[in-house]
Design a protein around this ligand. Sequence first.
Ligand code: HEM
Length: 396
Amino acid sequence: MRFDPWNPDFVAYPYGAYAELRRDAPVSYFEPTGQWLISRHADVNALLRDRRLGRSYLHVATHEEFGRPEEPAFQEPFWRVTRAGMLDVEPPVHTRLRRLVSKAFTPRMVESLRPRVRAIAEGLVGAFVEKGGGDLIAEVAEPLPVTVIAEMLGVPEADRHLLRPWSADICRMYELNPSVESQHVAAKAAAEFAAYLADLARERAVRPGDDLISALAAIEELTEDELIGTCVLLLNAGHEATVNVTGNGWWSLFRNPAELVRLREDRSLLPTAVEELMRWDTPLQMFERWVLEDIEVHGVEIPRGTEVALLFGSANRDETVFDDPDRLDVGRPDNPHISFGAGIHFCLGAPLARIELIESFGALLERAPKLELVSEPEWKPGYVIRGLKSLDLTTG
Ligand code: HEM
């Protein structure tokens, strides 16, 4: 099977195609998206850190100069929100935006949240066990990170059900060649989300609470667009991948029962197990970068104005970096996976994500020792953000 991100069979198992790319064509042009696919760990890692590439080009060139069409007017709400957050800007704006929120995400700050994360995880898992199981995605994987990040920002409980659908709709724009329908859905969600946050931020500016939106609303140097872009980014990035690591991770354990037994018998392996589950089946299969100055990779000239697609899922299975890379090893001692990225955009939420995952996997291992799969899960159609539709389990 070749690299074919619109083919459900490829989405279900991209690793065979990746191995061929790494071996035969580590830099390979992919006509349908006009991107260069980069499949080896060393190259993905190096290009993420290379300042001749960027998440955006608009700080150095216009769409026309990069040979790109102007964006249709209806997409404006999506781009407005996206380009106001740190993930889609480059220094110096990136440096300023990241500095403003990074205090809230230091390992020490986040460690202080652990008791609350644990309590939420135990509550959700307790309810799941009481009813004998159900869909792990809807009942545990989603509500845990959504509740944690919503509490951090100060989104009222009654409004939290809005966050998942907005995020899912916005994320449709991150898939390769999104359909016109997806573009409309994403723009509508971005407009609604931005309007909602603008109201909330205005309210908190007047009556501040002990939350991140109030803290951000009090920062004068932050424009309203930047404030909204930052909140949307934190709320979306703050749960989307964690949901899928939980789902993909449990599905990985069920596909490797000996490793599940090993983890059940020795829960001190949880920290390495979480890293390994993130490596073995990462939910973020690919990230893109614009080439801002001509580069050369393995003798292939990649000119300014083109785009590279960094295949994280492939980098994580690179045989030159990981011993026996297709094997799931919950005790893997040396695990430089790339699932949190690298360089200036390295995941700001990594320490928080690790706590959430350790607490939710830990609570399930402890409270549901007989957890079992009811039916084989199906993958959602997305490739870039790759996760399960549902994961039906019984607690025995
Ligand atoms: C296991 C779960 C997670 C994974 C796999 C993950 C992965 C990533 C990756 C790969 C990037 C870099 C993208 C790039 O370089 O193009 C990133 C950036 C980011 N992530 Fe995460 N993330 C996770 C959880 C979280 C959480 C819980 C937060 C909480 C706030 C978060 C917030 C962010 C932010 C704000 C950025 C942008 C950083 C920047 O541009 O400087 N992430 N994440």
